[in-house]
Design a protein around this ligand. Structure first.
Ligand SMILES: Nc1nc2c(ncn2[C@@H]2O[C@H](COP(=O)(O)OP(=O)(O)OP(=O)(O)O)[C@@H](O)[C@H]2O)c(=O)[nH]1
Ligand SMILES: [Mg+2]
Length: 348
């Protein structure tokens, strides 16, 4: 398939073209970049929803139920699973395909043209998975999916921080997970716009809900105290992201939804919460604010990567020279860096 055909295929809703485009982007082919440039204008319409949580809490089950609900509402849904926890049998895609099919035999999501599923693995790929995931999401967006669900394994465990790609972040937990020091450490409590306590059929869900509620409330109180102190601005700068996330909760209290995903219980409420959050983001201007932050980070990381490439490939010689001068105690690392930057400035 030629590049032109892929771009046209994307415009015409050809799924093979979409699959090919994703492959190019995933593998860092130059065509991938070119495709992104050409379809970019068509992006920005989808609601990107991240679903994260520890292994086995029921993320994939929840995702497949959400897909059905959104389909019933006439929405087209794209799904990206980053590093799916399921064992890979015959490739990541097949593994998850079988799983999704197995969950609801009456409706084969795989034959539905309004659904597209793709898994991505970080295995064997050098860095930049977040950026790649961002581009894959964009391709789905350009293709015309209204909702894009992105499943990743827990914050801090995956290379993709869900808040870096999603408009709405959902954190899935299960009973008996409260009070767990691991959760506090995983930073999961700061990132959720919506919390789900799944596997309510196992009992003990109320306790987890209660615990979550108190954690969220503490967060909000901390924000209020912080915002009243004269150091609030400094603090915001220093701890940037976290403060932003906390600030958000002062006008959005993350709902906690109890579900039994494999029976579809609580999924209607979850869909409602997702839509409510998207409306909140739009009406409060936060959607734009979030996207500005996200795109800044993305462009920044592209620039950093480009500079790295220049230093390694084009200026490898002088870079090495400067490094050796540091090794020989002739100059210090700061001076070395300043020299390289001066060199970049004058020669590009
Ligand atoms: N009892 C119970 N089991 C559930 C529920 N939802 C999902 N499960 C089961 O929990 C197991 C894990 O579900 P998945 O949806 O694969 O969980 P996941 O979070 O996507 O797992 P990884 O992708 O491996 O991290 C499966 O055996 C599901 O059938 C539920 O509400 N109650
Ligand atoms: Mg899963």
């Amino acid at each position: 398939m030629r590049l032109q055909d892929i771009v046209r295929g994307l415009e015409e809703g050809n799924r093979r073209a979409l699959a090919r485009a994703i492959t190019y982007v995933e593998n860092d082919y130059p065509e991938g970049k070119e495709i992104m440039k050409r379809v970019f204008k068509k992006t920005g319409n989808a609601h990107v929803v991240g679903i994260t949580g520890f292994p086995g809490v029921g993320k994939s089950t929840t995702v497949s139920k959400l897909v059905q609900k959104f389909r019933e509402k006439g929405r087209k849904v794209g799904v990206v699973a980053v590093d799916p926890g399921s064992p890979f049998t015959g490739g990541a895609l097949l593994g998850d395909r079988l799983r999704m099919e197995g969950l609801d035999v009456s409706k084969n999501l795989w034959l539905d043209p309004g659904v597209f599923f793709r898994s991505m693995s970080s295995r064997g790929r050098a860095g930049g998975l977040a950026a790649k995931t961002g581009d894959v999401i964009r391709l789905l967006d350009a293709f015309g999916f209204d909702v894009i669900l992105v499943e990743t394994v827990g914050a801090g465990q995956s290379e993709v921080d869900i808040v870096e790609v999603a408009d709405t972040s959902i954190v899935v937990m299960m009973p008996e997970m409260g009070d767990d020091i691991q959760i506090n450490k995983a930073g999961i409590l700061e990132i959720g716009d919506i919390y789900v306590v799944n596997k309510a059929d196992l009992g003990g869900a109320e306790k987890t809900v209660k615990w979550l509620k108190s954690m969220i409330m503490m967060d909000q109180e901390a924000v209020e105290i912080l915002s009243k102190t004269s150091h609030a601005d400094e603090y915001a700068v220093e701890s940037g992201e976290i403060f932003e996330r906390m600030k958000r909760s002062s006008d959005w209290t993350p709902p906690i939804i109890t579900t039994v995903a494999d029976r579809g219980e609580g999924i209607d409420e979850l869909v409602d919460a997702i839509e409510k959050h998207f409306n909140h983001l739009k009406s409060s201007g936060k959607l734009k604010e979030r996207r500005v932050r996200r795109i800044s980070r993305e462009v920044f990381s592209i620039i950093t990567e480009e500079i790295r490439n220049i230093l390694i490939n084009e200026k490898g010689g002088s870079f090495r020279e400067v490094v050796e001068m540091v090794v020989n105690n002739e100059i210090d690392p700061h001076t070395a860096a300043e020299r390289m930057i001066r060199d970049l400035r004058t020669n590009t």
